[in-house]
Write a protein of this length. Structure first.
Length: 454
């Protein structure tokens, strides 16, 4: 990596020999660095507010020793890299200065200028790599910020964000539950990439997707020859995630025999691969998810109770899409915009009638289903408006599934009123007549639930 033209990389030269200082200055200016020269330690120290990137420091100055100047530099400009230049060779002095924070120590010799130039070039390249790594980490964190990762502003999803924030601040295990398609892996990724482990691996395993006989090898790895077909050593998901996070999706489907080994690995923080004898230390955070009720499986003897409590940690339950109110419309718009952008299509809007249908649908497939519905709608419409006829869903299903979740009587009443308002185009008078209740009752119910008619 060559030094770019006109960079703002600052170098201080601290040298009491004025001729030698000018020689070094010319060498560095020719390499496009910004250079300032000081002939004593005090002048250098008084200008450290300028925060130079590199300081070349003559060990023997008229007013201060190299040790004294180095100490002041570390106090006032700790980010500066200090290169000691000395007319005398002293291994002990060099070692002492390096221990105290000097970047390098070089002797005054005919090739000093070339050595100095190469050292500063290496420092510059290292700093550029660090800045790039920082930018990449910041970009990853921004990409996985909770509100960018999970679209929504409902009270239900705000509660989830609060729990994710708490989970990100510690290494506590997290158990994520919710119906299929609610975004459990997105929650796991959000926690990992906003935690102290964000620069380490995030490894996800869908337990239900791994053939039963291969789960143990998939998780813990195996040695060559461990079983028929094991032609090479394989690192398991635990080792791949070492230092980072292992996300075990659909943990409820894990075989009871493997559950026992998983418990031991978690407790001992070490494992040995199948067919191996060496114990491998582990530092892995465990996040789990399931759409099943683990507590019920424990009571039925289908999941180990001791493992359940090891994995429970901080429970996060994701609400089904049908309970997230206007998030449905927010997500629908997002999916439409993304699909149109990815496929170079003209932007599309959703009609009010289509929005009403979207709000009343039950969504057995949750967010995944909504995404599929909206992408198909973008394809089916010939214009810029998505209408109810473009939505591949059954209106009747919202009624058929009305009793599929446990709610209070007040909540059921609200759902019924909302359904009929949508069906009769928000005609309160007609709905009141159909249901045999007063208009004021409907208005009070809607006001209490903060339900927007439009």
């Amino acid at each position: 990596m060559a030094n770019p033209k006109n960079i703002s990389y600052k170098v201080f030269i601290v040298e009491d020999n004025k001729l030698y200082a000018q020689v070094l200055k010319k060498q560095l200016i020719d390499n496009q660095y910004q250079v300032r020269v000081f002939y004593n330690g005090k002048d250098c120290i008084s200008n450290l507010d300028d925060q130079p990137d590199v300081i070349t420091l003559d060990y023997t100055l008229p007013d201060m020793t190299g040790h004294e100047v180095l100490k002041e530099i570390q106090k006032k400009s700790p980010g500066s890299h200090v290169i000691i230049i000395s007319a005398q060779e002293s291994i002990n002095t060099a070692i002492e200065l390096m221990k105290n924070g000097a970047y390098d120590y070089i002797m005054k010799a005919p090739d000093t200028r070339e050595k100095l130039t190469n050292i500063i070039k290496n420092i510059y390249q290292s700093d550029q790599l660090k800045e790039e790594n920082t930018r990449l980490k910041d970009a990853i964190k921004d990409h996985y910020s909770f509100r960018k990762l999970i679209k929504g502003n409902s009270r239900e999803i705000d509660h989830v964000f609060g729990l994710m924030e708490k989970a990100s601040q510690t290494n506590i295990s997290v158990s994520i539950s919710g119906e299929t398609g609610t975004g459990k892996e997105l929650v796991a990724k959000g926690i990992h990439y906003n935690s102290g482990r964000s620069n380490k691996p995030f490894i996800a395993v869908n337990v239900s997707a791994v053939p039963e006989g291969l789960v143990e090898s998939e998780l813990f790895g195996h040695e060559k020859g461990a079983f028929t077909g094991a032609d090479f050593k394989k690192l398991g998901k635990f080792e791949q995630a070492n230092g980072g996070t292992l996300f075990l999706d659909e943990i409820a489907d894990l075989d009871m025999n493997v559950q026992a080994k998983l418990l031991r690995v978690i407790q001992e923080r070490e494992l040995n691969r199948l067919g191996g004898t060496d114990l491998i230390p582990l530092d892995v955070r465990i996040l789990t998810a399931t759409h099943k009720n683990l507590a019920s499986l424990v009571s039925e003897g289908k999941f180990r109770q001791d493992l359940y409590y090891r994995l429970l940690g901080l429970p996060i339950e994701l609400p089904p899409l049908r309970q997230r109110g206007n998030d449905i419309i927010l997500l629908a718009k997002h999916f439409v915009n993304e699909f149109c952008k990815e496929n170079n299509m003209n932007p599309k809007n959703i009609t009010e009638e289509a929005k009403q249908l979207l709000r009343t649908y039950h969504y057995p497939g949750n967010i995944r289903e909504l995404k599929a519905v909206m992408e198909l709608a973008c394809v089916m419409t010939n214009g810029e408006m998505i209408k109810p006829t473009h939505l591949n869903m059954s209106v009747d299903e919202s009624v058929q599934n009305l009793l599929s979740s446990e709610k209070s009587l007040e909540e059921y009443n609200y759902e019924i009123v909302k359904h009929f308002l949508n069906k009769y185009n928000q005609n309160v008078r007609l709905v009141a007549k159909k249901l045999g209740i007063g208009k004021s009752t409907i208005y009070r119910m809607l006001q209490k639930k903060e339900f927007a008619l439009n």
